[in-house]
Design a protein around this ligand. Sequence first.
Ligand code: GLU
Length: 422
Amino acid sequence: MAEGMRVRFAPSPTGALHVGGARTALYNWLIARQSSGSFVLRIEDTDRERSTPENVAQVLDALRWLELDWDEGPYSQAERRPRHSEGIERLVAEGHAYLDEGATRLRVPDEGATVVQDVIRGEVTFEHAAIDDFVIARSDGSPLYNLAVAVDDRDMGITHVVRGADHLSNTPRQILILRALGADPPVYAHLPLLHGPDGKKLSKRHGAASVQDLRDAGYLPEAVRNYLALLGWGYDESTEFFTTEELIERFSLERVSKSPAVFDEQKLRWMNGHYLRQLPPEELTRRLEERLGRQGLEPAVRIAQEKMQTLNDFWQLAAFLVEPQPDDTAAWEKVMTDGAPERLRRAREALASAEPFDASSIESALRAVVDELGVKPRDVYQPIRVAISGGTVSPGIFESVAVLGREETLARIDRALERAAA
Ligand code: GLU
């Protein structure tokens, strides 16, 4: 790969940053880091109504959360209007553009074709016969999109334009403008579209569709980067896990596919679970405490970590360890069948005298109850689980009881026994 590639991410801030935009940003960032080049951030904010400061802030927040740091910018395209006007004037002065009922149109040759040498798609030919003399400035002088992009890419010395396939049809127009301005067009690479698992274009229906949604759902930025990298790119047929350093080292546009990539949130969940389990428990605790605005979660985190796939799973699995247990009537009715209260009473006796009150002596005490009663382990463990957690899913039962402590465990079991007797 060339040294010092200058790439840009050029979002139009219309709200949250979508997964497709995030992938575009990531690929550009990887190329910049790999080639010791520059990642330029340019906000395409010429639509003043949609480009509110809040919408711009959302894009920047999403990039920061993904840890995709930019080297230059954010530039505002709207503020570059004087440069666009100069470009338009020059094109008119040199005969490449002309006024037509107030608007300015670029002169497109009648014959021949503009060929896009796309790194991913190969040669894509656009016959000039199919391209009208298109408008580059409105009658009020304001530049149109393709003109602004071409002038900005030239001014910013962009060497590679990497963007979604939906922009491919703009590319011959941008190349025509650049050539008319006497500039060499950059190299282009158009990324494959994103589909949901049902083969339809990705949308909100498929679950988390924006970076903000992914953060709220409890995914880790490092897992999201890994997953996004695989949406259209692969190193070989089988490797799925890449640290960010490995991505920087191995990513290449040449290995990006043309066919649509599938965003599958279940796969991301699975991948995120892998990243979560690899975090040192202290680090996972730090992230959860910050997210939940609480302290003292480490014992609960240590026993829940193995079963979590997202940060949000922690609360689902372990809230009962740090708060009064919620009441789940369906779970209660399922578990507290005939005989369950008696088994729970026996378990309570064993727990009252287990010494020390740690997971291993709790385990021996409860196994002894199972043996004495001659029942299946879950016949004893599920009533305890429902008594202490309110539900039927929790981290390991011995560890949960140990983290909750003797006093609280016995108090919860007592309440359950009272309820069963009522
Ligand atoms: N502003 C365009 C968008 O958000 C991207 C333009 C480009 O990358 O050339 O889709």
